[in-house]
Design a protein around this ligand. Sequence first.
Ligand SMILES: [Zn+2]
Length: 216
Amino acid sequence: MAKTIKWWIERNYKTKKSLTDEIRNLINQIDDDCFITEEKDIELLTWVLSHHHDYLNKINGSTNFKIRVRRSLVNSGNKELLILRDDGTEIDISWTKALNPQGSSTHKEDLRNAAVQAVNDQIIEFKDKNTDTICCLCKKQIEDKIEACHYEPRLNELLTQFFGNDEEMEKIDIKDGSYASRYFNPELSEKWATFHANQATLKPAHKKCIRQRKSN
Ligand SMILES: [Zn+2]
């Protein structure tokens, strides 16, 4: 098992969450497609990103790279970071991955990511057809955009039902796509999508409520 090194303690962040919250707030305040310009923000993000397992490849020798914020192509509720290298090329880099043990995503996270992408059209269809604006988790009105919540059974339960336990999930082959996306082979993707269409019950929720539920 990988040992978690709580490197955020070196800057007096008592928990990973306190640093995660600060970074998310910082990024959310930057408009889409804009560069981070405040010196202290650049310094903070560079410190976090430097823990990414593939950081050296990502910066590719750049000593003066810039960091740009972009709307996620996979999940429009998320913002992600890109590095503009000294040579003018640009590459995405995940700050949440940088905060994981080993600075990389776990197999289970990759599987979850691939599973969500394989059913993306079902999620879009749900959002398009949905007329209910009460959050299924906090029961309050959703003022802005709704997110699709796997209310019951939860996504993790569906994943276990379909893919099996952790050990069996480890054996599933997951391929890297562009922009931090992951995918299964087409046959598995199809089977999972059919299973999901039959078994999942999607309900509207606030994005923040889904996030809170996930971390509990
Ligand atoms: Zn809510």
